[in-house]
Design a protein around this ligand. Structure first.
Ligand SMILES: Nc1ncnc2c1ncn2[C@@H]1O[C@H](COP(=O)(O)OP(=O)(O)OP(=O)(O)O)[C@@H](O)[C@H]1O
Length: 269
């Protein structure tokens, strides 16, 4: 299913933290959101999964405004991995993942065969089948992250919304997660700080700066040295990855470049 973010403005604490932002994640596309800290990535994702209401504009799932859908109905289509990680501490890993099946149940309905199989498959996908009976509270940050991903997978959503899913993951699990997302071919909206991961994973990238969308396009179109200097304030060369052919950003870790305010950085792609 396609997600359309139609010119949304989100006001928090009396300030527009997103101004007139529009983008589309086409059916089966992995759309990446990148931008400096505080640029509005989580706010945009939270608006898509209905935790925030836009003050102007709307979010469409296929052709329906997500605000017009009942919460359980929206949850049958959209699974989110938010940045705030909840408090599922008293549960086992299997129970946390099984929560992904809730939108499909009748009131007081128990788990059926299909639920059990879906939960087991989701755990296997993130490599945590051996942890099913462990307590969520006793896992490391990276393991918890993978459990919450398994919960999103168990929801079998049309659209995945992932806020920084590689946080806490070691490099092997980062690579595995990116491979898993690529292989799914599900409409995905994902925020990532790691621009090289974003370049390798995403079909299209959308760059936020001070709550405004300043560039959209393929990673190769968007991730230019000029944009990296203007939006992120860093000096970098963009070369071809010797193994994959993806754009590879080589940062100059010895030097930053003061970034001008958004209105003075006319980056458009
Ligand atoms: N509830 C709130 N009330 C007021 N301001 C808020 C609220 N939530 C977020 N903000 C502000 O909105 C701006 C955008 O925050 P957001 O979390 O969307 O940024 P982000 O791009 O996801 O940042 P990061 O990369 O640091 O996770 C920030 O300046 C933040 O302080």
């Amino acid at each position: 299913m396609r997600i359309t973010v139609e010119d949304i403005t989100v006001t928090l604490g009396g300030r527009d933290v997103l101004s007139d932002v529009g983008l589309i994640a086409a059916e089966g596309e992995i759309a990446g959101l990148v931008g400096p800290n505080g640029s509005g990535k989580s706010t945009l994702l939270r608006t898509v999964y209905r935790h925030l209401r836009p003050h102007a504009g709307r979010v469409l799932l296929a052709d329906r405004d997500v605000r017009s859908m009942a919460p359980a109905q929206a949850a049958r289509h959209i699974a989110a991995l938010p940045q705030e990680r909840g408090s599922d501490f008293e549960f086992t890993v299997r129970e946390v993942v099984a929560m992904g099946r809730t939108p499909f149940k009748r009131a007081f309905g128990g788990d059926d065969e299909r639920d059990h199989a879906t939960v087991a498959e989701a755990l296997e996908r993130v490599g945590l089948q051996a942890y099913a009976e462990h307590r969520f509270a006793e896992l490391s940050g990276g393991e918890r992250q993978r459990v919450l991903l398994a919960r999103a997978f168990a929801q079998q959503p049309d659209v995945l919304v992932l806020d920084e899913p590689t946080n806490h993951l070691d490099v092997q699990h980062q690579v595995e997660l990116l491979a898993l997302l690529r292989e799914q071919r599900r409409t995905t909206l994902i925020s990532l700080h790691d621009l090289n991961a974003a370049a390798s994973l995403c079909d299209r990238l959308h760059v936020l700066h001070d709550g405004a969308l300043v560039a959209s396009g393929t990673p190769l179109e968007v991730l230019t040295p000029d944009l990296l200097a203007m939006v992120f304030g860093v000096r970098a060369a963009v070369v071809e990855h010797p193994l994959t052919g993806d754009p590879l950003i080589a940062f100059d870790h010895r030097k930053t470049m003061p970034a001008p305010p958004a209105e003075e950085s006319p980056v458009t792609v």
